[in-house]
Design a protein around this ligand. Structure first.
Ligand code: PHE
Ligand code: CO
Length: 286
């Protein structure tokens, strides 16, 4: 988690900075367009319908890096959300506080053309292309706000690590069952060419029905493709299981239990795909 961060020079007390849209170079806009063209094409048929609808509604199909001030007019009208720029990682409680106020914090820099598939920290393509379209969906929008409120509470209770796993396996790497097909909705998958294919088609990872307590016990990897994905039935169901539940008793149970390793399959799991873990093994034996 993000501890000991200092307020960067030039940032407001809430860590936001101006996007400074006029400062983007033609090369930077072209990088966005290349990434957008590549993902846009590949995601058809793979991503949840609401994502495509969000792209259209927010006019994100227009070329160039989106100008937050324009994007926010449409996003605000759709769900009351806004995108705000930040210089980099923000402290956990600042992050939760923004979400609880329907503000999504986004990096404003874009990756270098020679690093299209390589990201040390989330850039504007991940943050905005990956996350923002679903913020135009009313139910997902409510989930994100509720998550922020839950984060502020988890911070007080010392349960940020457990709650972060929920974010990871839903907002970042979630899969959803949609009309008898498995679809992507997590931003970490949506913004990655390789993982958009891997998460749905590769025989390596486990794909397991979403279970809140199970997910909050499961470690995750930040350095490579996931070894397990969790599948929700709908955004309505995800929201109902989280916003309308008191996590107090859940946290109490979690305190006494060991974490589950990334590739473990538990007896109670609803396994949709039992992964071979072949991909993960090629990495560890290298
Ligand atoms: N209902 C949760 C709690 O009691 C908060 C929460 C909502 C957490 C949505 C995550 C997502 O803490
Ligand atoms: Co993200």
């Amino acid at each position: 988690m993000t501890k000991d961060l200092q307020l960067p020079p030039g940032a407001a007390p809430d860590w936001t900075i101006p996007q400074d849209w006029d400062a983007y170079t033609p090369t930077e806009h072209a990088t966005w367009d290349r990434l957008f063209a590549r993902q846009g094409e590949m995601l058809r048929g793979r991503v949840v319908q609401a994502f495509i609808e969000g792209l259209d509604l927010l006019r994100m199909t227009r070329p160039g890096i989106p100008d937050f001030s324009e994007l926010n007019v449409r996003l605000m009208a759709a769900t009351g959300w806004q995108v705000v720029a930040v210089p980099g990682l923000v402290p956990d409680e600042m992050f939760f506080d923004h979400l609880s106020k329907r503000r999504f914090v986004a990096g404003r820099f874009i990756r270098k053309p020679e690093e299209l598939d390589y990201l040390k920290e989330p850039d504007i393509f991940h943050d905005v292309f990956g996350h923002v379209p679903l913020l135009a969906h009313p139910v997902f929008a409510d989930y994100m706000q509720a998550y922020g409120e839950g984060g502020l509470r988890a911070a007080k209770l010392g349960m940020i690590e457990e709650l972060a796993r929920l974010y990871w396996y839903t907002v970042e790497f979630g899969l959803i069952q949609e009309e008898d097909a498995l679809k992507i909705y997590g931003a970490g998958i949506v913004s990655s060419y390789g993982e958009s294919i891997f998460a749905l088609d590769d025989p390596s990872p486990n794909r397991i029905g979403f279970d809140l307590e199970r997910v909050m016990r499961t470690r995750y990897r930040i350095d490579d493709y996931q070894q397990a994905y969790f599948v929700i039935d709908s955004f309505e169901d995800l929201l109902a299981q989280t916003r309308d539940a008191d996590f107090g008793p859940l946290y109490a149970r979690l305190r006494g239990r060991p974490a589950i390793e990334v590739a473990d399959v538990m007896p109670a799991d609803r396994v949709l795909t039992g992964g071979t873990q072949a991909y993960a093994r090629t990495k560890t034996s290298a």
